[in-house]
Design a protein around this ligand. Structure first.
Ligand code: 475
Length: 824
């Protein structure tokens, strides 16, 4: 490798050198003077300047990685919900102060530039954001690792509201260019699809030859993933689909120019758009194409370019773990088998022995309908060889089950990788569990329910395979950057070690009893609220009181998450006030903040959004409620908005039906920023409550066993509706059409019926308990001192939820990889 001198030595940067670099980028990169530069010119020049500083470290990291050949973690994920890059890169590179000073001297407004940044929304929600937190922590913990995913040209749709109804617009995040990516078309790899298989010539056991009938090129786009001030910059490699030349030639030669151009588009469609379904896979052919596309490219990339040419693949388990982020990348399992058996000529048994040591699987759900299956028909058409391989894996697996549980054919049918009903289909979670050397859930309760229920048969067969790694969030983005006020206060009190060792927040515990500390904590929260109010006004034209309680429920719109229960709380308050049951001056001023996208085809979720907006409009228009109740539902909740909301929140709503939310990660972000949680005993809420203490958490609702029991006994929501007058009044008010201009059909009728007739997630059963919890919230909030004491304790006791700790757990329990220290 050629050693070259970097343009700017990373250790020696000064305000002057930074200014020079910035102006040079402006002149030679954008072709403008400072006087004539647009804000976008300045944003791009600044981003590239920051990028240059990181590049030196990046190249160094790559060189070391190649030299050391240390065990590497490849995080395979169809989604990386990165959020804005500029500030995080400046922070990691330790350039934030220098850049600030330099720009101030030049008269450039950094906030204006930051506001221009369009976040890469390459994910739906929790799963994608978790992947982004994890690569941040992998870099900060000095773990040799690479993220692999898809560079969608359109990320998660931009949500707008028209008359309160969600309307989806394309997310054109690349329209102004992205300074954070580096395309490498010369390193494109080919990915094949379709065709048939024929007998192989090699004669090794299990081999066949795949004769595909079309191919696309996968072009890597590299993103830097800087560790926090540790000199390491890891790589995130996202693949973009491009038509191959072969593709062109065949058709152009056939003389049909228009058809040839159309065919190009067909190939390039693969990475065009992120599927907007969260937790409800659609089984669409294009989605399987996407999955195989990025997995095949990533495997090839690692085997052929990251590993040395003479590497003995029998040692693969010493060099890599492929972490499968849910089942989306699981087609990697038959792909590795195909490479080893068909391309490298290994016998089946040898290949399977290695394959079973390199994949580990993370499950993110408990809902049966969220478990991905691919119809045999579709999979066989698109990936005929992979289907054959899956069949053979299944045959051998079933023999194993029969040997372990003789005569138990029901069990065989339950566990088979191939489902027979309602159509023949491949169960990707079963394939992942059979092939993976570890399977983990994402919170204690979730991992337990996986082993006890969802994958019970597998846990009986291989108890040692199952483990837990509780999720976490990166403290760099979600505390240090999002909440500079609180960060400053913490650092003043305990030093800045917490940024990479979040358990140090424990040092704040005694300060919860310090009145002066609490006062400053409250002041920061108040300033964050004012800032959030400014953001909402500028971004959405929504006006909120700067000082009311900020009560936040932000997450994808799903019935199991129960936004409808939150809505019932609001309607019940409104009903109480308008009927005179609740005196107005007894109402704690609250701003209810919602953020939620619904999958475009999820009708009930969209109806819920429309209803929240309708109730919001009515309440917000009621002059007598001014300064008391306000509903703010900014459209298009994303990472950028989260960074402004989370530090401002007082109350975090985590109200899923127990046993349904795998973990949640928003719950962690809020607690770490000093919001108190009103929540069920679900997902990571359980662990949050244990850590912060019952007295600093508002628990309500059934436990998972209670909910399961009620469901088994036969749940009748109508009985709750009839027997709780307050619940009945709220539902009746909703049904009366007062919020919808007299309209009682449509969303109103549909949501009313779904709650009172089926109520799959038992919102009505938890209503009473939820209302009581909210009364406790009001009472607690009235005592400012006690509330802020609890809030400080929430911050002090939730350091466990750093994604650094999650990654350390993955290292210890699953990967067996080790941090490698860089020379700083
Ligand atoms: C859980 N997304 C949270 C979070 O572990 C948990 C599914 C299919 C297709 C596209 N996206 C998905 C998810 O399933 C998802 O985001 N799951 C979430 O993963 C991280 O904290 O409880 O619901």
């Amino acid at each position: 490798m050629i050693e070259n001198t970097p343009p700017v030595a990373a250790r020696e940067h000064t305000v002057e050198s930074f200014t020079r670099e910035f102006l040079r980028e402006l002149n030679f990169g954008q072709g403008v003077d400072l006087d004539r530069a647009s804000a976008n010119d300045k944003y791009l020049a600044l981003s590239r300047t920051v990028r240059h500083y990181l590049t030196t470290r990046w190249l160094e990291t790559l060189r070391n990685q190649y030299r050391d050949q240390a065990k590497t973690v490849a995080y395979l994920s169809a989604e990386f919900l990165l959020g804005p890059q500029l500030e995080n890169a400046m922070l990691a590179a330790d350039l934030d102060e220098i850049a600030n000073e330099s720009l101030r001297a030049l008269g450039v407004d950094l906030d204006e530039l930051r506001a221009l940044e369009i976040e890469p929304g390459l994910g739906n929600g929790g799963l994608g954001r978790l992947a982004a937190c994890f690569i941040d922590s992998l870099a900060t913990l000095n773990v040799p690792s690479v993220g692999y995913g898809i560079r969608y040209e359109y990320g998660i749709f931009r949500q707008t509201f028209e008359d309160g109804a969600q309307v989806e617009k394309p997310d054109t995040w690349l329209r102004l260019g992205s300074p954070w990516e580096l395309p490498h078309p010369e390193h494109a790899v080919e990915v094949s699809f379709g065709g048939h298989t024929v007998e192989a010539e090699g004669g090794n056991d299990g081999a066949r030859t795949w004769v595909p009938d079309w191919r696309v090129a996968a072009v890597p786009y590299n993103y830097m993933v800087p560790g926090y001030r540790n000199g390491r910059v890891n790589t995130l490699r996202l693949w973009s689909a491009r038509a191959t030349h072969e593709f062109d030639l065949q058709i152009f030669n056939a003389g049909d120019y228009a058809e040839a151009v159309r065919a190009r588009t067909f190939a390039e469609n693969i990475s065009k758009v992120l599927y907007p379904e969260d937790s409800t896979p659609q089984g669409k052919e294009l989605r399987l194409q996407q999955q195989y596309f990025f997995v095949a490219a990533s495997l090839r990339d690692f085997l052929e370019t990251v590993l040395p040419a003479d590497f003995d693949l029998h040692r693969l388990p010493d060099r890599i773990t492929w972490q499968l982020n849910d089942t989306h990348p699981v087609i990697a399992v038959p792909e590795l088998m195909r490479i080893l058996v068909d391309e490298r000529g290994w016998d089946w048994a040898d290949a399977w022995a290695v394959t079973q040591k390199v994949f580990a699987y993370t499950c993110h759900t408990l809902l049966p309908e969220a478990l991905e299956v691919w119809s045999v028909d579709l999979l066989g058409r698109l990936l005929p060889r992979h289907l054959e391989i899956i069949y053979r894996i299944n045959e051998e697996f079933i023999e194993e089950v029969r040997a372990a549980f003789p005569g138990d054919e029901l069990r065989v049918r339950r566990m088979s990788i191939i489902a027979e009903q309602p159509e023949r289909a491949v169960r990707m979670a079963h394939l992942a569990t059979v092939a993976g050397f570890k399977v983990n859930g994402v919170a204690e309760l979730h991992s337990q329910l996986l082993a006890d229920k969802v994958l019970h048969d597998f846990a009986q067969m291989w108890p040692g395979k199952f483990t837990n790694v509780t999720n976490g969030v990166t403290p760099r983005r979600f505390v240090r950057l999002a909440n500079p006020g609180l960060s400053g206060l913490i650092t003043e009190a305990i030093g800045d070690g917490w940024i990479t060792d979040l358990e140090q927040l424990r040092g704040l515990e005694p300060l919860a009893d310090d009145a002066e500390f609490r006062r400053r904590f409250r002041e920061i929260k108040a300033a964050n609220k004012r800032h959030f109010a400014d953001v909402l006004l500028a971004r959405d034209g929504i006006e909120i009181a700067g000082d009311a309680m900020v009560d936040a429920m932000v997450k994808r719109l799903h019935e199991y998450k129960r936004q409808s229960l939150k809505l019932l709380h609001i309607v019940s308050l409104y009903e109480g006030i308008t009927s005179g049951r609740i005196p107005l001056d007894a109402v704690t001023p609250r701003t209810f903040v919602f953020g939620a996208k619904a999958a475009p085809g999820y009708v009930r979720a969209k109806e819920t959004i429309a209803l929240i907006n309708a109730v919001g409009a009515t309440i917000n228009a009621d002059a007598s409620l001014q300064g008391r109740l306000k509903v703010a539902f900014p459209a298009n909740y994303n990472v950028t908005l989260a960074e402004d909301l989370v530090p401002a929140a007082d109350l975090s709503e985590q109200i899923s039906l127990a046993g349904k939310e795998a973990s949640g990660t928003g719950n962690m972000k809020f607690a770490l920023n000093g919001a108190l949680t009103v929540g069920t005993d679900d997902g990571a809420n359980v662990e949050i409550r244990k850590l912060v203490g019952d007295e600093n958490f508002f628990l309500f609702g059934m436990t998972e066993p209670e909910a399961a029991d009620l469901s088994a006994r036969g749940y009748d929501p109508g009985a709750y509706y009839e027997s709780d007058p307050q619940l009945k009044a709220a539902l009746d008010l909703l049904a009366s059409g007062v919020f919808t201009g007299g309209e009682r059909g449509g969303a109103v009728a549909s949501i009313f019926a779904s709650l009172t007739e089926r109520d799959r997630f038992m919102a009505l059963a938890d209503f009473r308990s939820y209302m009581d919890a909210q009364s406790r919230v009001d009472a607690a909030y009235a005592d400012h001192e006690a509330w802020s004491r609890s809030a400080v304790l929430n911050v002090a006791r939730t350091g466990f939820f750093s994604s650094d700790r999650s990654i350390q757990d993955y290292l210890d329990r699953i990967w067996g990889a080790r941090p490698v220290t860089q020379n700083r």
